[in-house]
Structure formats: C-alpha cells, structure tokens
Write a protein that binds this ligand. Structure first.
Ligand code: CA
Length: 225
C-alpha cells in the first residue's frame, strides 16, 4: 500500500513514517503543499495523510488541488484544529476522515485501514496481486504460493509486494532500499541481500520453480513467466 504523508512537523513526520513502514505501508513524504503536489502528480497512492497547517498553503486547499489533479485516493486529515467547524469543513471539502492531534497511532492505523477497505473495488481486484502461482492479499497482508500460506514477516511481505508490483523487471538494491525501507542513501550494509535470502527461502520451496532471481551486478527480478 502506497501512502503519501504530508506533514511539516519533522518529529511527527518521522514518527509516522517509521510506524507506517513498520505497519507495511510504502511511505513517501512531503513537508509542504508544493512538494505534495509534485509527488501526487507523478505517483500513484492508495491513501494520503494531510496535515492542515502547512507552511506554504492550507491543507484544505491542497486537497482540493489534488482532487483537481485527478488524485482519487482517500485522504485522512490530521490536524491540531479540533473545532466542529474545522472538522466539518475538512470532511466537506475533500477529506474522507479527520483525526485530531494529539492522536494514538493505533487509531490512525485503524482509520487508514477503514478508508482503504471502503475504497477498494467490490471485486477485490486491486487488493490482490498475482504472479504465476504466487498470490498476495494486500488487505490481509497474506501471501501464498500454490494455495499454501507463506509465513512472512511484515517487512518480507512489503518486499515481496514490491517485487510483485515490478514482476519481470529488474529492481536494484537502491530501489528496494528506497521503496521498501524508505532510505535514499545506500547504507554500508547487506540488509537487502539478507532479506532477499530469507524471503527466497520461504517463497521458493523445494521442488518449486524459483521465482526470485539474482541478476548479478544489477539486482533482483521476480519471474513472471
Ligand atoms: Ca503543521
């Protein structure tokens, strides 16, 4: 699940980012309205969190602008403005839900999941990813191969989801670090290789067609045929 987080307060933003990545979201963040617009124009998000008090514009204006740009994803407004008027205005002008600060992360997560469920197509098509005999249920965060459930950690699930979304294409270590761990700079560790190794041992069982391939010197690819 891809999430755009628009929040100018550094502490809240980094706390949210960490917690949301931990909860299985792929998070991109913006500290002001302009960068949020830029990201939303290029990226496809499943859900957005928007703070109302942004340095360059009002969050409501931003939401209206994003809707004009064709962003259909549900928006959770996160704001210190607690009055009924503010909340009604937020909900009437493009917000799908409204949570006031200070907030409990568990409640924020429950609200996000509700928005995602409400927004998912009836057929459930966009909530499942399928590559050959590998299937991911994005709402239940469950992966299976040939109908057998795989016991994955949250991080492994996110990694596998990323590989599935890019099936048939080579993804580099830095792409994985950026998308899955949210790190822009490649740290001096083999974190990606270690996780791929563990993931592969769960996904590619004995006697099964190996799906996760290492492309020497380039990265990894999930086979799609
Ligand atoms: Ca703010």
């Amino acid at each position: 699940m891809r999430l755009l987080l628009v929040e100018d307060e550094v502490d809240i933003r980094s706390f949210l980012r960490r917690s949301l990545v931990e909860a299985g979201f792929q998070v991109e963040e913006a500290a002001d309205g302009k960068s949020a617009e830029r990201l939303a124009a290029d990226g496809v998000y499943d859900v957005l969190i928007v703070d109302l008090g942004l340095p360059d514009q009002d969050g409501i204006g931003l939401i209206l602008r994003l809707r004009q740009l064709g962003v259909r994803a549900p928006v959770l407004i996160l704001s210190a403005r607690r009055s009924v008027d503010d909340r009604v205005r937020g909900l009437e002008q493009g917000g799908d839900d409204y949570l006031t600060k200070p907030f409990a992360f568990a409640e924020l997560l429950a609200r996000l999941r509700n928005l995602l469920k409400r927004n998912s197509p009836a057929a459930g098509e966009a909530t499942r990813l399928r590559v050959l005999d590998l299937e991911l249920d994005l709402l239940r965060r469950e992966a299976s191969r040939s109908g057998q459930i795989l016991q994955l950690t949250r991080q492994e699930f996110v990694l596998l989801e990323y590989l599935c979304r890019n099936a048939g294409r080579v993804v580099t270590r830095s792409m994985i670090l950026d998308e899955v761990w949210g790190m822009r700079i490649q740290p001096d560790t083999n974190v990606v290789d270690v996780h791929i190794y563990r993931l592969r041992s769960k996904v590619d069982g004995k006697g099964q067609l190996p799906l996760i391939r290492t492309m020497r010197g380039m990265g990894y690819v999930l086979k799609d045929r």
